[in-house]
Ligand binder design. Structure first.
Ligand code: PLP
Ligand code: TYF
Length: 398
């Protein structure tokens, strides 16, 4: 029966990662996958994680199964991190959380949960969005539609079209919104736009799903969650998928969480049982290690302070390079306006160059970016930024 299988397209971002690895050019630059790299081009384990792991090694006395919801201490921490420690949805016991294998696992569990609550739900995603969103929701059997979001001409939001599209979405459907650091565009809603989004969600009655894969990478832990917190203050229900891959640098440990905010504590309890039933039908229980590391960090004032410092370092380095790209391209005599890069947040921006230019950067200069011209800014450092700017200037001049 396996011979009946047809081949399928592989993930272009992960494919690019492999191509980069195989490239022998010593000057190669990886701006593809969204993984933080430091000034040395290295994705180091955070110091706070190393310390928590040392503690874990000392304290761990059993490898027995963890429950379906995963580590309960982690779940309580991640709820407070996302909503703020005294948010009304937490005080009213309206939230239920399960820790999951990565943010991707959170999204898949959320999709299956939505399917149970409303088998006919359509999930609406931004144009464009992270390619995995579409494939994983479709794989769960949900219909996927898009609403206007990024404006490739102005390099900002398609604000009025976005709100017009949102105003057509009925109750019973789900609208995915990126909490911060939009992947792939870097263009986020400002607070006023979150307020408008919230008003429409309330009026139309659709259910928001907030994907928060980059909390702390935009402006700060609280700032990046401000839209989510306002939304949760004002709508009866929502879903939240969070990830510790980027902000704790725990990528391969696969640690994330899905939280359901329900209209009251009774519905939240029913949601909890359904959520766990979904988890049981897919993988029974999540891997424990990453969650316990995060829990150890957030249990300790010292480790939390160290984490805040390390997170700020990553965020500030990326933001410094957003400005440096603009300055260095200008210094190379590039006349196009790249000022939009500092209006965007997080790991990514679209450079806005064409396919031929992207291909040439790869073939001639070994500079790798996703085919949409999305660049992962953390791939730049002092050793390669001049080479990058010179190369981009060369292809822009034709
Ligand atoms: N959501 C978005 C928007 C992402 O960019 C990512 C990837 O980093 C994820 C979710 C899931 O991340 P992970 O499964 O690595 O935690
Ligand atoms: O968009 C990115 O680069 C990150 C990392 O299948 C990623 O979100 C990319 C593809 C993938 C899993 C993670």
């Amino acid at each position: 029966m396996f011979s009946q299988l047809q081949t399928v397209a592989t993930d272009p971002i992960l494919g690019l990662m492999a191509e980069y690895k195989a490239d022998p050019n010593p000057n190669k630059v990886d701006l593809g996958v969204g993984v933080y790299k430091d000034e040395q081009g290295h994705t180091a384990v955070l110091k706070c994680v190393k310390e928590a792991e040392a503690l874990r090694l000392k304290q761990e006395d059993s490898k027995t199964y963890i429950g379906m919801a995963g580590d309960l201490s982690f779940n309580a921490h991640i709820e407070k991190l996302a909503f703020g420690p005294a948010h009304q949805v937490l005080l009213a016991n309206r939230v239920t959380t399960a820790h999951t294998p990565g943010g991707t696992g959170a999204l898949r569990v959320a999709a299956e949960f939505i399917k149970r609550a409303n088998p006919n739900a359509t999930i609406w995603v931004t144009t464009p969005t992270w390619a995995n969103h579409i494939s994983l929701f479709q794989a769960a059997g949900l219909k996927v539609k898009e609403y206007a979001y990024y404006d490739y001409d102005s390099k900002g939001l398609q604000t009025e079209q976005m709100f017009a599209d949102l105003n057509t979405i009925p109750a019973g459907d789900v609208v995915l919104v990126h909490a911060c650091c939009h992947n792939p565009s870097g263009m986020d809603l400002n607070f006023e736009q979150w307020q408008r989004f919230t008003a429409i969600a309330k009026e139309r009655g659709f259910t928001p799903l907030v994907d928060m894969a980059y909390q702390g990478f935009g402006s700060g832990l609280d700032e990046d969650a401000a839209g989510l917190r306002y939304l949760a203050d004002n709508v009866p229900e929502l879903l939240l998928c969070s990830s510790c891959s980027k902000n704790f640098g725990l990528y391969r440990e696969r640690i994330g969480a899905v939280s359901i905010v329900a209209e009251d504590s009774k519905v939240a309890e029913i949601a909890r049982v359904n959520l766990l039933s979904v988890v049981r039908s897919i993988y029974s229980m999540p891997p424990a290690h990453g969650a316990i590391i995060v829990s150890h960090i957030l249990d300790s004032q010292e480790l939390t302070a160290l984490w805040h410092q390390e997170l700020a370092e990553m965020r500030n380095r990326i933001n410094d390079y957003r400005q440096l790209i603009i300055d260095k391209l200008a210094a190379e005599g590039v006349s196009q306006d790249f000022s939009f890069i500092t209006r965007q947040h997080g790991m990514f921006s679209f450079l806005g160059i064409n396919k031929a230019q992207i291909d040439r950067l790869k073939a001639e200069f070994s500079i790798y970016m996703v085919g949409s011209s999305r660049v992962s800014i953390a791939g730049l450092n002092h050793s390669n930024i001049d080479y990058f700017a010179k190369s981009v200037a060369t292809v822009l001049k034709g």
